[in-house]
Design a protein around this ligand. Structure first.
Ligand code: NAD
Ligand code: ZN
Length: 254
C-alpha cells in the first residue's frame, strides 16, 4: 500500500475548493479496491491474458468464443463488486455540484452504482452489462446468452439479423471510439477549470488525451495514482497514493 503525503491531500482539497467546475477522469485503478483487477498492476488481467484486438475478434470465431469465456469468467467478480471509498468521494463531489461529469474508461458501472446520475457518467469504453449486434446494432440482454454459452458454449446469434458478430457493449482495442461520448468528454474537458485523473495508467489513447487537453486549455490538472504515469510532467499536482484513502480524506467521506 502506498499512502499519500498528507500535505498533498490538503493541496488537493484546496484545489477542489478553489475550482468552479471540476471534471473527474477515472481508470481501472479506482475499482481495484472493489475487487476488480486492473490491467497493468502486478496480478492485473494482463498477467493472465492479452486483450483481444477488435480485428482478431472479427476475423476469428475462436477469438469470439474466447472473449465470451473471459467475459463470463469475470462476471461473478463484476456482478458482486460494490463501490468503494474512492467512488463515494467522487459521488459526493458530483452531488455537491462541484463535479460536472465523470469521464471513465471503466466498464463496470460502479460510478452509477455509487449514486451518480447516468447522464453525468461518460463511458468512453462502453459497458459490459449488455451485448450488441455489431452488424445491425440491436441490443441484447446477457442472461439468455450466458445460459446458453455456459451450458455447451453455444455462440450467440442476433435474433434481429442472424449475424454471428455479437459482442458485449464495450470498446475493444482497435475498435472505433463512441462518437457521442467522445464529443461530450471533450466538451466537459474544455469547460472545466480543474481536471483530476484517477487510477489510470494514462497510456490508452485516445482516452489519455483528455488530461493534456484540459491542461492546454489552462485548467489545473491533478494525477492520482499509486505509481508514476507517463503524463506526470504535465500535471500541476501528482499524488502517489491509494485512491480510496486519499480521496476519502480529501473530500471527508468514509
Ligand atoms: P490500467 O490497468 O492500465 O491502469 C490502472 C492504474 O491504476 C495503474 O496505473 C495503477 O498503478 C493504478 N492503480 C490501481 N489500483 C490503484 C489504487 N488502489 N490506488 C491508486 N492507484 C491504483 O487501467 P486503465 O488506465 O483504466 O486502462 C485499462 C483499460 O482496461 C481501460 O480502457 C478499461 O476500459 C479497461 N478495464 C476496465 C476495468 C473496469 O471497468 N474496472 C478493469 C480492467 C480494465
Ligand atoms: Zn443484428
Amino acid at each position: 500500500m502506498v499512502f499519500a503525503d498528507q500535505d498533498d491531500v490538503v493541496r488537493l482539497r484546496d484545489l477542489i475548493e478553489a475550482a468552479g467546475t471540476v471534471v473527474i477522469f477515472t481508470g481501472a485503478g479506482i475499482s481495484t479496491e472493489s475487487g476488480i483487477p486492473d490491467f497493468r498492476s502486478p496480478g492485473g488481467l494482463w498477467t493472465k491474458y492479452q486483450p483481444i484486438d477488435f480485428r482478431d475478434f472479427m476475423a476469428s470465431e475462436a477469438m469470439r468464443r474466447e472473449s465470451w469465456r473471459r467475459k463470463f469468467a469475470m462476471d461473478r467478480t463484476m456482478n458482486t463488486a460494490e463501490p468503494n471509498r474512492g467512488h463515494r468521494a467522487v459521488e459526493r463531489l458530483v452531488n455537491r455540484g462541484k463535479v460536472s461529469a465523470v469521464i471513465t474508461q471503466n466498464i463496470d458501472g460502479l460510478h452509477q452504482a455509487s449514486g451518480i446520475p447516468d447522464e453525468q457518467v461518460i463511458e468512453l469504453h462502453g459497458n459490459t452489462t449488455y451485448a450488441k449486434c455489431l452488424t445491425c446494432g440491436l441490443r441484447h440482454e446477457l442472461e439468455p446468452i450466458k445460459t446458453a454459452f455456459l451450458a455447451d458454449e453455444t455462440m450467440p446469434v442476433c435474433t434481429g439479423c442472424g449475424s454471428e458478430y455479437m459482442k458485449t457493449a464495450t470498446i475493444s482495442f482497435g475498435q472505433s471510439m463512441p462518437e457521442t461520448e467522445m464529443a461530450r468528454a471533450q466538451r466537459e474537458t474544455l469547460a472545466c477549470d480543474l481536471f483530476i485523473a484517477i487510477g489510470s495508467s494514462l497510456v490508452v489513447y485516445p482516452a489519455a488525451g483528455f488530461p493534456v487537453m484540459a491542461k492546454q486549455n489552462r485548467a489545473g490538472m491533478v494525477i492520482l495514482n499509486r505509481e508514476p504515469t507517463d503524463l506526470d510532467s504535465h500535471a500541476d499536482l501528482v499524488i502517489n497514493g491509494e485512491i480510496g484513502p486519499t480521496l476519502g480524506d480529501a473530500v471527508a467521506v468514509n
